[in-house]
Design a protein around this ligand. Structure first.
Ligand code: GLA
Length: 390
């Protein structure tokens, strides 16, 4: 359920600023990555979920080709030529919807239309819950309707991804957009990022998810992300030249093959590659454990994933490690790991449902004291995907 207060806030700010109500509103949720870290752009597997929090985007057609975009949360506005959307350095928040508009117009050769739009969200910024993908997906859905286009969900995901690549400079995979679009209540989203097949998987009974926001976002996150991606591509090229079968991406390499064929690859790229390769195997094992109702066994894979992040991929940080260790010490905590790109952001934990509140309070207190600032822990409820709400 989208928070009515958020919808109301966007609706009333839109009306105040643009004189009259929006024609329609859309909602796109944030996402949490449950297992499968940096596997999406390696054509591997991920278990994720859409969450209840996200972005509401309101829009109304306008005369001519003038576009106006209001960020309710930032209290900033951007005005532009809707026929020629281009990235703007001074309003970087606007680049996500502008990118969506650019790629929609280009891909569908749609005649441009003017519009007024306003948006706001209830996702904690910098928590690694993909507020940018939520904004871009919501904007893509709204702008597709404005231009009379019927765009299939996977195309929406691709357009939103291109907007992030080319208007915001982050070479992200498709995880955030797909999770936001394909979420379902009480279920995890299992995605094969080669075939782009999406399946829903029931949650383990008696278990609940907690999310702890470390409140840190280390500098250079975007460039570190792009570097990790480049190391994976270097490694894939190496294995393609060594292994007797085709290797298009690290998805095609097993841990056993990694161990035999990593010789000659620079040690850093070899360690980086070990992470998505191991993650792919953990996700498939995780799906088996979930099917067997083995919540504890599934949780153990979360701890393994975090260790591999810290050791191999080096996308963890002191604060994330402190939170994972705080969970590990609590009876009833089944697993915990960093979720998303890394270098800050949030930890996702699987816990016994009946002890969830007690664990949340203890971790919040313990990790907060060790880190030196508040590290709020919230319950996460897998929720429905992006949609038109009015
Ligand atoms: C970020 C990216 C995703 C994915 C994760 C790591 O959230 O946007 O595409 O690569 O990091 O799994």
């Amino acid at each position: 359920m989208t928070a009515p207060a958020l919808i109301e806030r966007v609706h009333s700010r839109f009306a105040e600023r643009f004189g009259g109500p929006p024609a329609a509103l859309w909602f796109a949720p944030g996402r949490v990555e449950v297992l499968g870290n940096h596997t999406d752009y390696n054509e591997g597997f991920v278990l994720s979920a859409a969450i209840s929090e996200g972005v509401v985007f309101a829009l109304r057609p306008a005369e001519g080709a003038r576009g106006r975009l209001l960020s309710v949360d930032l209290r900033r506005e951007a005005e532009f030529d809707a026929a020629r959307p281009a990235p703007t350095p001074e309003n970087s928040w606007a680049n996500y919807p502008l990118g969506a508009l650019h790629f929609l117009l280009r891909q569908y050769a749609a005649p441009p239309r003017g519009f007024d739009a306003a948006f706001a969200g209830d996702l904690p910024i910098g928590a690694g819950l993909s507020s940018s993908a939520a904004l871009t997906v919501a904007a893509t859905l709204a702008l597709a309707e404005l231009h009379g286009l019927s765009v299939p969900p996977l195309e929406v995901a691709r357009i939103a991804q291109r907007a992030e690549h080319e208007f915001a400079g982050v070479k992200c995979g498709l995880l955030d957009q797909i999770s936001s679009l394909f979420g379902e209540e009480h279920a995890l989203v299992f995605t094969d990022f080669r075939s782009l097949d999406v399946r829903r998987i029931a949650l383990p009974p008696g278990a609940a998810f907690l999310l702890c926001n470390t409140g840190v976002k280390h500098r250079l996150v975007d460039s570190a992300y792009n570097q990790r991606r480049a190391a994976c591509e270097r490694a894939a090229a190496h294995f393609a030249a060594r292994l007797p079968h085709p290797v298009r991406a690290l998805r095609d390499v097993t841990s056993a093959e990694w161990a035999i064929a990593k010789e000659g690859l620079d040690p850093e790229a070899a360690r980086r590659a070990a992470h998505p390769i191991g993650e792919n195997e953990r996700v498939l094992e995780g799906v088996r454990r979930l099917a067997a109702g083995d919540a504890a066994g599934f949780g153990a894979l979360l701890y393994e994933s975090h260790e591999s992040s810290a050791r191999n991929f080096e996308n963890s940080c002191r604060e994330l490690d402190i939170v994972v260790e705080a969970f590990r010490r609590r009876p009833g905590a089944l697993g915990a790991r960093l979720s998303g790109g890394g270098f800050g952001g949030s930890v996702i934990a699987l816990v016994e449902e009946r002890r969830a509140d007690e664990i949340a309070r203890a971790v919040e207190a313990e990790a907060g004291a060790a880190i030196g600032h508040a590290t709020p822990v919230m319950k996460i409820h897998p929720a429905a995907g992006a949609r038109r709400i009015r």
